[in-house]
Design a protein around this ligand. Structure first.
Ligand code: NAD
Length: 503
């Protein structure tokens, strides 16, 4: 795998990451592609955290008074720098997270898209004017910057999730402290460099607008515990969210939680099966099943179940699995050995619960030395305990249903609530799925898979997914504090609710 490694080094150099930053450190970074060592990076010492918080607070005091459209100019420049770095950053995402080339590039495109969105947003941080019950009074709502935002991110979207948070936080007037996954520090270090290029062109920004912390969960814990960081946006497993949320709540900070998903598709009897198959395969095996929105449960009308499963098995049998950088590959590696072992364990458990497994074995021929798994289809007798848990791997559990209410009941009967969809040409089913008694997820789609969201909509989910919303729509409000203002321009002092208090 010498050639691959040489190209990885070139990519790192193109992104301005120098030997001194990539060697001699305590955190080993290996590529899921072939397990080779990419770098040994230096971890942020816990003893530096106070200085980090201090810099962020100082940056906040200066940045919050810069007019928002001017703050937007920084994000416009960041967007330009990201466009220029797209190919290298996309390739580094592939090296570090194991994504196929087009998904690595797609992730950077998502960063560009959210920057464009945030630039426009910087002129639209609207409040409300509210009718006052008192004569000669005006009431309104104003949005102010909230303070430094701590961003904790997962390995599987190593850069896009940062940009969703950072682009919004920065136009909202908040500095960002970023704790990327310990599995993907290089892409984060590269983003810090890209950001610094934008800063240099911007000119008069305060120091410390973006600080990237390298290390494991202990660094994340220090970030979460700090009162200097009023907003914590944490993306990762439900286990991590359960640890983070009470600590932030105890100090009355705000949490934006983006946690695990267990996403389903209902396929109705009238569905366009050709489209459904394409959507299923992309959402179940894309990113080797390592998206929070990956399709994990297929709930199919019994009249078409056999036909759909036969078509899926045919598609799965021909999937190009291998080096994600090679042309034509659709399924790359899992992130590490532990992920492969978790997949095998889940398949064994599903079998013990009556599941019939197709695929799911390790691929060793014609692939580099990473953890390459054949995506699995598992026909289940019902929604067992194993199906209700998120296994971060390409496993698709298939279950049958007879009536649509039952399908919705199965779809909602899991602890997670991120993404969901229905394939149907029956308008009643589609509308029922989107109505109050339909899908209980943060994302519910019709005739489109559960993964691959656009940045324009608010992204996030309910229940164990954590309830946070990021990205488009009015997600920006989570990065600001709301203030209600009443202005009295009369010469009297009437009290609300007719209260009399004359002195
Ligand atoms: P993970 O929970 O192992 O790690 C995520 C991040 O949390 C890492 O940076 C880690 O260092 C940090 N962390 C762990 N424990 C912590 C603690 N106690 N305090 C502070 N920080 C801590 O997740 P992962 O394996 O990197 O990612 C996969 C998971 O992320 C899946 O469950 C997936 O569904 C989820 N995810 C969710 C979304 C979403 O938007 N809902 C997006 C991407 C990934």
């Amino acid at each position: 795998m010498k050639d691959i490694l040489m190209t990885a080094q070139t990519t790192l150099e193109n992104l301005d990451l120098r030997a001194a930053e990539l060697t001699g450190g305590t955190l080993k970074v290996t590529s899921p592609i072939d397990g080779s060592l990419l770098a040994e990076v230096h971890e942020t010492p816990l003893t530096e955290m106070d200085a980090v918080f201090d810099r962020a607070q100082k940056a906040f005091k200066a940045w919050r008074v810069i007019p928002a459209p001017r703050r937007g100019e920084l994000i416009r420049l960041l967007c330009e720098e990201l466009r220029a770095a797209k190919d290298d950053l996309g390739a580094l995402v592939s090296w570090e997270a194991g994504k196929i080339t087009s998904e690595g590039l797609g992730e950077v495109q998502e960063m560009i898209d959210i920057c464009d969105f945030a630039v426009g947003l910087s002129r639209q941080l609207y409040g409300l004017t509210i009718a006052s019950e008192r004569p000669g009074h005006r009431m309104m709502e104003t949005w102010h910057p909230a303070g430094p935002v701590g961003v904790i991110s997962a390995f599987n979207f190593p850069v896009a999730v940062w940009s969703w948070n950072a682009a919004l936080a920065l136009v909202c007037g908040d500095p960002v402290i970023w704790k990327p996954s310990e599995k993907t520090p290089l892409t984060a270090m590269a983003c810090q460099k890209v950001f610094e290029r934008a800063l240099a062109r911007f000119g008069d920004a305060p120091d410390g607008l973006l600080q990237t912390l390298i290390g494991g969960s202990d660094i994340g814990e220090a970030l979460v515990a700090s009162e200097a960081v009023p907003v914590i946006s944490a993306t990762g497993s439900t286990r991590m969210g359960r640890a983070v949320a009470p600590i932030v709540a105890q100090r009355f900070g705000k949490c934006i939680l983006e946690l695990g998903g267990n996403n389903a598709m209902i396929v109705g009897a009238s569905a366009d099966l050709e489209m459904a198959v394409r959507a299923i395969v992309f959402s179940a095996v894309g990113t080797a099943g390592q998206r929070c929105t990956t399709l994990r449960r297929l709930i199919v009308h019994t009249s078409i179940k056999d036909e759909l499963v036969t078509r899926l098995k045919k598609a799965y049998a021909g999937l190009p699995i291998g080096n994600p950088l090679a042309e034509g590959t659709l399924v790359g590696p899992l992130v590490d050995e532990a992920a492969g072992a978790a997949m095998t364990t889940a398949l064994q458990a599903a079998e013990a619960e009556g599941g019939v497994v197709f695929g799911g074995t390790r691929v060793t021929e014609g692939v580099p030395e990473g953890v390459y798994m054949q995506p699995a289809i598992v026909e289940m007798p019902g929604q067992t305990g194993t199906v209700k848990a998120e296994t971060f791997a390409p496993i698709l559990y298939v279950m049958g249903y007879d009536d649509f209410d039952q399908a919705i009941q199965i779809q909602n009967d899991v602890p997670q609530g991120l993404s969901s969809c229905v394939f149907t040409l029956n308008m009643r089913e589609a509308e029922q799925f989107l109505a109050a008694a339909g899908s209980d997820c943060g994302i519910a789609n019709v005739n489109i898979g559960p993964s691959g969201a656009e940045i324009g909509g608010a992204f996030g989910g309910e229940k164990e997914t954590g309830g946070g919303r990021e990205s488009g729509s009015d997600a920006w409000k989570s990065y600001m504090r709301r203030q209600t203002n009443t202005v009295n321009y009369s010469d009297a002092l009437p009290l609300a609710q007719g209260v009399k208090f004359d002195i």
